[in-house]
Design a protein around this ligand. Structure first.
Ligand code: COA
Length: 263
């Protein structure tokens, strides 16, 4: 990873994690997951940090997992359940799902795969009116992660979740607002500033009360979320080594349509 692919900047009690790999549409490599997991661990422990913000570029939040990385992992074959837990992506997912302080996101442009599922673990989400959310796991021969197979049907209702997860078709900012995935839609040029302003409001509040309130809101299903993430992780890594995923990743890298007729 270039040291600049993930930027972490802390100011006035707010730690901001910026996707900064715009030439590859902010797709996320293993090293970037590791950097973000480390940043969250540090922010959780640092008493001076009271809130974390995720942001991307005005034209792209994130194209999701780096597909070249996926192709490499696919070639390595199915990982054991224990090895699943060790990969930086799963460490990052556990870190956002259990992060005790408020998480805020500013999303402009495409938010693909984990670019959308990570939002399910954020407390406040602001979107540019150019935001497009998509969960193309099936189109890649994969299955959902980040407990999205649990949280998305709860949020959208089963049938809309099925449309998002089985067809993998993008949905736009207004639809995300309607189902409650985002708090507010604004012009892209205002999105990061709005998220920062809301984060600073949170940072001015008593941290212990924020932490306790967040914990209580999530207490009902924290264990279920953790268990589902583990179950998804086992399925995801098994599918990753399968023929459909190999075909999808190879097709993407060669800029052609995948052929699933044999999968
Ligand atoms: N992994 C690796 N590289 C990626 C990538 C990803 N997820 N997404 C985009 N890129 C790279 C492209 O290969 C291209 O690289 P190149 O310039 O060396 O050819 C560059 O980023 C620009 O991508 P491009 O597809 O030309 O941009 P676009 O504006 O036309 O489309 C997206 C943007 C995000 C809609 C499109 O890139 C996309 O669908 N990406 C894949 C998303 C995906 O399936 N992610 C996995 C989710 S689990």
């Amino acid at each position: 990873m270039s040291m600049q692919d993930i930027l972490v900047h802390t100011e006035a009690g707010v730690s901001t994690i910026t996707f900064n790999r715009v030439d590859k549409k902010n797709s996320i490599t293993e090293a970037m997951y590791a950097a973000m997991a480390d940043a969250l661990d540090a922010a959780g422990q640092d008493a001076a940090v009271r809130c974390v913000v995720f942001q991307g570029d005005m034209a792209i939040f994130s194209a999701g997992n780096d597909i070249a990385d996926f192709l490499q992992q696919s070639a390595q074959g199915a990982a054991s359940a224990a090895a699943v837990g060790e990969r930086p992506v799963w460490r990052f997912l556990r870190a956002i799902a259990s992060f005790p302080k408020p998480l805020v996101a500013a999303v402009c442009g495409p938010a693909v795969g984990i670019g959308t599922t990570l939002l399910l673990h954020c407390d406040l989400v602001y979107a540019g009116d150019n935001a497009a959310f998509s969960l193309p796991f099936v189109n890649l021969g994969l299955c959902p992660e980040a407990a999205s197979s649990l949280l998305l049907p709860q949020m959208l209702g089963y049938h809309r979740a099925a449309e998002a997860l089985l067809l993998g078709e993008p949905f736009l900012a207004e639809a995300a607002l309607e189902v409650g995935l985002v708090n507010r839609v604004v012009p892209p040029s205002e999105c990061n500033a709005l998220a920062q302003a809301q984060a600073r409001k949170l940072a001015a509040k008593p941290l212990t009360a924020l932490i306790e309130t967040k914990r209580l809101m999530k207490a009902g299903q924290a264990a279920q979320v953790a268990a589902r993430m583990q179950e998804e992780g086992v399925s995801f890594t098994r599918l990753m080594a399968g023929p459909a995923a190999k075909e999808a990743f190879t097709a993407f890298m060669h800029k052609r349509h995948p052929d699933f007729s044999q999968c």
